[in-house]
Design a protein. Sequence first.
Length: 187
Amino acid sequence: MRSVVDAIDGDVVLVGHSYGGGVITNAASGADNVDALVYVAAFAPDKGETVGQFNDPSQYPGSELEPESLVLRPYPGGVDATIDPADFRQIFAADLPQRQTRIMAATQRPANVAVLEEESTSEPAWKTIPSWYQVSTQDHALSPVAQRFFAERMGAHTSAIKASHAGYVSHPNETAQVIEQAARATS
């Protein structure tokens, strides 16, 4: 991601959803052309933190993404995971039509489970770059409690939508407005 950011001639607003929040947090660190960060129901780890530590249901209640709701597929050198299609709609996209969520469940991209325990290695960009956070209050993949924690800790401009983890799909206009606010505020 950082090489893509560095190749852009001009101002950049990076947007991250879910694990992508960790990606933009690290990729934008020290990037002079990134003017704003937008987190959409996304992880926002600090240096030394892992994404997995924010899945603790006792500290961050609300997530239903648990080991038994995952389909694990070992491969040489690792293990990929997807959300069990039987649980996908409830966990990821409960506010979308069943037909659409069946397609999303069947086409979801696997994630390497090792990323859950990888420590964030750089000083987080949200400490120096203006940030926006859109909380999905009906999210069952990433706890809304964790989302609010991230937003408060980073001092983000925060908004909330009554949406699942796929709020960017069920509420595209609201999500676009947050991104546009970030772009206008920093231009």
